[in-house]
Ligand binder design. Sequence first.
Ligand SMILES: Nc1ncnc2c1ncn2[C@@H]1O[C@H](COP(=O)(O)OP(=O)(O)O)[C@@H](O)[C@H]1O
Ligand SMILES: Nc1ccn([C@@H]2O[C@H](COP(=O)(O)OP(=O)(O)O)[C@@H](O)[C@H]2O)c(=O)n1
Length: 252
Amino acid sequence: MTDPTPALFRPGLAAPGFAAPAEGSASAPVIVAIDGPAGSGKSSVSKATAARLGYGFLDTGAAYRALAWHALEHGVDTSDSTAVLEVFGDFDYAISLDTTDRWVRVGGVDVTTAIREPRVTDAVSGVARVGAVRQAVNQLFRRLVASAALQGVVVEGRDITTVVFPDAPVRILLTAAPEVRAARRSAELTDQDAARVAAALHKRDAADSTVVDFLTAAPGVEVVDSTHLDFEQTVDAVLSVVDSTMGARDGR
Ligand SMILES: Nc1ncnc2c1ncn2[C@@H]1O[C@H](COP(=O)(O)OP(=O)(O)O)[C@@H](O)[C@H]1O
Ligand SMILES: Nc1ccn([C@@H]2O[C@H](COP(=O)(O)OP(=O)(O)O)[C@@H](O)[C@H]2O)c(=O)n1
C-alpha cells in the first residue's frame, strides 16, 4: 500500500475561496463514505474496511475533537461560538490516513489519546455547531483525501455521505440500536461509569443531530444496521456494499 501522506492543516490555507482539487479525475482516490451516530462502529469498522481494501482511513471526528481539545487548552468554553472561532485561527492540525499508524497532532503535540478524554467528548458538540468551522474542516478533508496518493480512502463521520462527499461512489449509514451503541462504548471505556457514558453518548447525539442528520439515510445511501451483527460480520456487510456498488459501477 502506498504510504499515506500525513498532511498539515492551518485554517488560513483553507480560507473561503480555496479550491479543492477536482474529484473524479483519473488519479482521485475512490471514496467510501460512512456516517452514523456515536458508538455505531464507524471508526473501528471503517479502519478495518480500509485495511482489507488497502485504502487509507480518515476519521473526521478527530478534527472536531482536536479543535475542542485546542479550545480547552486555551481555557475557552466551547458553547461560545465566537471564542471557538478565535482559537480556530491558530489551529494547526495534522492527521495520518494510515490504518497501521494512526496519530493526530495539534501544533506538533500528539493528541491521539487526549482527544478521547471525557472532557473533550463533552465539549466537542460545541465546536461542531460552528458553521465556519465546518466549512473549513470540510475543505481540509477534501484536500487531504485528494492529495493522499492512495487508491481509495474510507472517510467516516456524520455528514460525509451528504455534505463532504455526496458524490462518493459508496455511501453507507452505519447504525445500531441506541442501547447497543451505549453498551459498546461502555465496554470500551471500562474506567468510566457505564450510566454516565451512556447518558453522555445520547446527549451528544441529540446535540449533534440538530446540526446534521445522521440518523436517517439520504437518498442513495445504503443502511448497514449492526445491532445484531458482531464486529467481523459488520465489516463483511460494509465490504459487501462496497463490492456490489463498485461492481455495478464497473459493470461487473
Ligand atoms: N458490530 C459490532 N459488534 C460489537 N462491537 C462492535 C461492533 N462494531 C463496533 N464495535 C465496537 O464498539 C465500540 C465503538 O465503536 P467505534 O468504532 O468507536 O464507534 P464510533 O466511531 O461510531 O463511535 C468499539 O469498541 C468497537 O470495537
Ligand atoms: N463529520 C463529522 C464528524 C464528527 N463530528 C463531531 O465530532 C464529534 C466527535 O466525532 P467522533 O466520530 O469522534 O465521535 P464518536 O462517534 O466516535 O463518538 C461528534 O460528536 C460531532 O460533534 C461532526 O460534527 N461531523
